[in-house]
Design a protein around this ligand. Structure first.
Ligand code: HXC
Ligand code: NAP
Length: 293
């Protein structure tokens, strides 16, 4: 879809770029000529992704960084600037999520999600933005949201609230930072199955594929290539006047049927929720065992 090397000269950080959608976008940016940085809490996972990107002829480096920790974010951004100059792009992709009846959430459960999505996305955007403004650098920020920012996310309330906050950050800073040549846009994907998301959002396959397809007018999940193309379009030169927008890529699911998990989760019994909680905890524990920060 794009000319080879369309991103040559770009330096882009993808948070959570070691897995899932972040890995897809980071790999595509590198394939199209960008110097790519990825961060996350599991160094071994990041290193594997860097190895794949470099093996395919791209340029990528990994940083272990927990984006919830402001000082760690600032240190990572300093190191990236020292490594080869300013970034020109940022993708706020890192996130945490799990399905739960809201009445059963503890405040720590709320914080676990909002500190990554809302606070973490702000911290990385702020750390980059203040440097771009000081150094008079134009840049592009993309935040990965969900369509729940428009109509709510029952059973995923901390995520929906936090993504809605990042949506408003996108619009607010598009206006405040437009004069500096910094643009901010967002992508709201519908279902693009990944291990990280499906272990926490569909651990017992309660959203049977055929049921979820019937909720999507196009009758299928998203293809990673479709997401990669949109993420490249928003990062490449040529549409600088496009800012402050949130683009859904969901086969019209949110327009037709809401695009959230409400119908499949609303009738689950307490026993089924107990089982789901245990399944999610064991996925969390397995991932945590690999964390280096
Ligand atoms: C209720 C739960 C819970 C669950 C955890 N908690 N899982 N509460 N139901 N299933 C509670 C814990 O009991 C604890 O509270 C608190 O949350 C913190 O738990 P930790 O395990 O200590 O959290 P932490 O190590 O900070 O890990 C964060 C995480 C984890 C969000 C819980 O899942 C994670 O690291 N996720 C990253 C990857 C991810 O989530 N990817 C999916 C993105 S998909 P107490 O009170 O007991 O101490 C997405 C949208 C997709 O965002 C949209 C699709 C359409
Ligand atoms: P994923 O593979 O679980 O990706 C989440 C990434 O964020 C992981 O690499 C994780 O790495 C990183 N991360 C989490 N907490 C972090 C922290 N505190 N500091 C640094 N990195 C952190 O899930 P995904 O499906 O690809 O999701 C990617 C993005 O797409 C998310 O924003 C999600 O909300 C959004 N999204 C996904 C879908 C979908 O269908 N998949 C739909 C809509 C929106 P570590 O655990 O190693 O830190």
């Amino acid at each position: 879809m794009f000319k080879e090397n369309i991103l040559s000269g770009k330096r882009i950080l993808v948070t959570g770029g070691g897995t899932g959608l972040g890995k897809e976008m980071a790999s595509e940016y590198a394939r199209l000529g960008a110097q790519v940085y990825i961060c996350g809490r599991r160094k071994s996972v990041l290193d594997d992704t860097v190895q794949e990107i470099v093996g395919a002829g791209g340029e990528a480096k990994a940083y272990s960084c927990d984006i919830r920790v402001a000082d760690a974010v600032d240190e990572m951004i300093d190191q990236i600037w020292l490594d080869g100059g300013p970034l020109t792009g940022l993708v706020n992709n890192a996130a945490g999520n799990f399905i739960s009846p809201t009445k059963d959430l503890s405040i720590r459960g709320f914080d676990a999600i909002s500190n990554i999505v809302l606070r973490g996305s702000f911290q990385v955007t702020h750390a980059c933005g203040k440097r771009w403004i000081d150094e008079k650098i134009s840049a592009s920020v993309i935040s990965i949201l969900t369509t729940w920012v428009w109509n709510g996310g029952p059973y995923t309330v901390p995520s929906a609230m936090s993504k809605a906050g990042v949506n408003i950050m996108t619009k607010s800073l598009a206006a405040e930072w437009g004069k500096y040549g910094i643009r901010l846009n967002a992508i709201s994907p519908g279902p693009f199955p990944t291990k990280g998301a499906w272990e926490r959002l569909n651990p017992n396959q309660s959203t049977a594929e055929t049921d979820s397809y019937s909720a999507i007018p196009m009758g299928r999940n998203g293809e990673m290539s479709e997401l990669r193309n949109l993420a490249t379009f928003l990062m490449a030169d040529g549409c600088e006047y496009l800012t402050g927008q949130n683009i859904a890529i969901d086969g019209a699911a949110h327009l037709a049927t809401g695009g959230n998990f409400f119908p499949s989760l609303d009738s689950l019994s307490d026993e089924t929720w107990d089982e789901i909680r245990e399944m999610i905890r064991s996925s969390n524990d397995a991932d945590k065992a690999n964390r280096s920060v």
